[in-house]
Design a protein around this ligand. Structure first.
Ligand code: PLP
Length: 377
């Protein structure tokens, strides 16, 4: 019954062994010694595309964080997209139907085209509310992303999972924004918790990674086989860096959530700001559901809109402590004008702000100063 921090600092570590490191270094190898072909090569490690001891420790760690109370298996991937694709393409066949969010991560639109091309029926529903229920009939898989990126809507994982299971559908939740310390989709009834480890999970903006966690050994095996088949494997160095970063996950997500809330509160009273969203704000449309199913940490992202594209550009240019960069979840604050990429249904002045681990007063002062400068034109 350890707390999150206690669990995070030790997650996945091997039993202490005298003269051995606490977290063994990355294992760089393409193949492993075997014992001749009379020996059924049933050991865990034969070829580097199938398994690696550095992944094994990270997978154990992520399993402990995503599912501390029940046995679960994790499969790590080269990126979040590799993990998402692994679930979709390992589970769906021609003729199946899948329900995707229409306001989730922007590459879901590209996946949607590909799935359709393979003869899979794609239905969509917004994240907020429960419109997913109206398109569930006969679906094989329900995909949720909550809180959604970049709109920060939240849906009821338990309620939607129960409804999906009653119809025989599997449920996957993209847990990237919350991290396993912010939300445990498997405990809320989902079959898969899927995430990009590129964001807040690793938190330093220096690693791309993804993972899938499930409590069902057969589902885990099919996702693992998909990884082996397409070869979407993380490098040992990335896996090791990710594991090293997990030891500070609780410190980072707590500080970043505190900072995000401070920034959101500061933005609240600004006349040029519209559409302010952060699940931790009491008046946010997501707040009630977020409190009910998240674990007191509502993530590092704040979304809002400035009057137009130029105003947003002036704001980004005037920030001193916040890098103009895409992605989110890093210890250094970042912000971007999301519309620059196309693909998200957002206004031209829409800003996705990712709070880092700076001192909250410094960060808020920087944001307010940049707003003042941007307002002067
Ligand atoms: C970034 C992101 C992804 C994709 O992850 P990569 O590691 O960049 O492939 C998927 N889902 C969400 C919600 C994301 O924010």
């Amino acid at each position: 019954m350890n707390g999150d921090g206690t669990r995070a600092v030790r997650a996945g570590l091997p039993e202490p062994e005298t003269y051995r490191p606490t977290l063994p270094g990355p294992v760089f190898t393409a193949h492993y010694h075997l014992h001749g072909d009379d020996d059924p090569a049933t050991g865990p490690y034969t070829y580097g595309r199938d398994a690696n001891p550095t992944w094994t420790l990270l997978e154990r760690a992520l399993g402990e964080l995503e599912s501390p109370d029940a046995e679960a298996e994790t499969v790590v991937f080269a990126s979040g997209m590799a993990a998402i694709s692994a679930v979709l393409f390992s589970q769906l066949r021609q003729g199946d139907a899948v329900v995707l969010p229409d306001d989730g991560y922007n590459l879901l639109a590209r996946l949607r085209e590909r799935l359709t091309g393979y003869g899979i029926e794609v239905r969509t529903a917004p994240t907020a509310g429960d419109a997913q229920l109206r398109v569930l009939d006969g679906a094989k898989l329900l995909w949720l992303e909550t809180p959604s990126n970049p709109g920060l809507d939240v849906c009821d994982i338990r309620h939607l999972s129960d409804a999906a299971h009653a119809q025989g559908a599997l449920v996957a939740v993209d847990n990237t924004l919350a991290t396993p310390l912010g939300q445990r989709p498997l405990a809320l009834g989902a079959d898969f918790s899927v995430a990009s480890g590129t964001k807040a999970l690793t938190g330093h903006g220096d690693v791309l990674l993804g993972y899938v966690t499930t409590r069902d050994p057969e589902l885990a095996a099919s996702v693992r086989l998909w990884r082996k088949t397409v070869g979407a494997i993380p490098g040992p160095m990335e896996a090791w860096l990710a594991h090293r970063s997990l030891a500070t996950l609780h410190l980072r997500v707590d500080r970043q959530a505190t900072n995000a809330l401070a920034v959101a509160e500061a933005l609240r009273d600004r006349p040029e700001v519209s559409g302010l969203r952060h699940p931790g704000l009491p008046e946010d449309p997501s707040h009630r559901q977020a409190v009910a199913q998240m674990r007191g940490r509502y993530g590092c992202v704040v979304s809002f809109a400035l009057p137009d594209r130029d105003h947003a550009r002036r704001f980004l240019g005037a920030l001193r402590l916040v890098d103009d960069a895409t992605s989110f979840g890093g210890v250094r604050s970042t912000a971007e004008r999301r519309g620059r990429w196309g693909g998200d249904a957002v206004p031209e002045g829409f800003i996705r702000f990712s709070a880092g681990a700076e001192d909250p007063d410094d960060l808020v002062a920087d944001v307010l100063g940049a707003l003042d400068e941007a307002a002067r034109g």
